[in-house]
Design a protein around this ligand. Structure first.
Ligand code: ZN
Length: 160
């Protein structure tokens, strides 16, 4: 059976190629889907400030989403309408069914969150995250201590 979607904007059911919504300009809208690529840069090359991490923060343009369509005949043939989407840090979310349809067909852009994290988070970033957790924990202890101190002062004040 051919693939079908239901538009959350106009409520219409539609199939492959019937992307246009009621206004005939914008595409139908479906549930947002996040695409992940595990293809992270692993060669430091000539790292900018921040080394590998700054390269990983970069953007990747994926072409042919959607691919160009053939228009005209013979010498008049033109290819129009090719689109592209931009992955940031190997992630891209879209609720456009046409983009989803073509991304679903492309291998390598639908890896799991775990595969994504393994490919994209550097050792430095994993350490950084642990450091931030430790810092938050220390701050929490400090707050507790200050609160206790304030309570003790209040008691002392009340007794005097
Ligand atoms: Zn629609």
């Amino acid at each position: 059976m051919a693939q079908q979607w239901k538009c959350t904007a106009c409520g219409k059911k539609f199939g492959i190629g019937e992307w246009k919504c009621a206004d005939e300009i914008s595409n139908h809208v479906v549930e947002e889907k996040t695409y992940r690529s595990a293809d992270a840069p692993s060669d430091p090359g000539h790292p900018a400030n921040g080394g590998m991490d700054s390269r990983r923060d970069g953007q990747t343009v994926v072409c042919n989403i959607p691919p160009a369509r053939k228009m005209g005949e013979g010498a008049d043939v033109r290819w129009v309408g090719e689109g592209s989407v931009t992955f940031i840090r190997g992630r891209f979310a879209t609720s456009d069914p046409e983009q989803q349809y073509w991304l679903d067909k492309k291998p390598g852009y639908n890896v799991t969150e775990e595969q994504w994290a393994a490919a994209w988070l550097s050792d430095g970033q994993k350490l950084e995250m642990e450091k931030m957790q430790l810092k938050a924990e220390r701050q929490r202890l400090e707050n507790d201590r200050n609160e206790l101190l304030a309570q003790t002062k209040q008691k002392v004040g009340a007794a005097a």
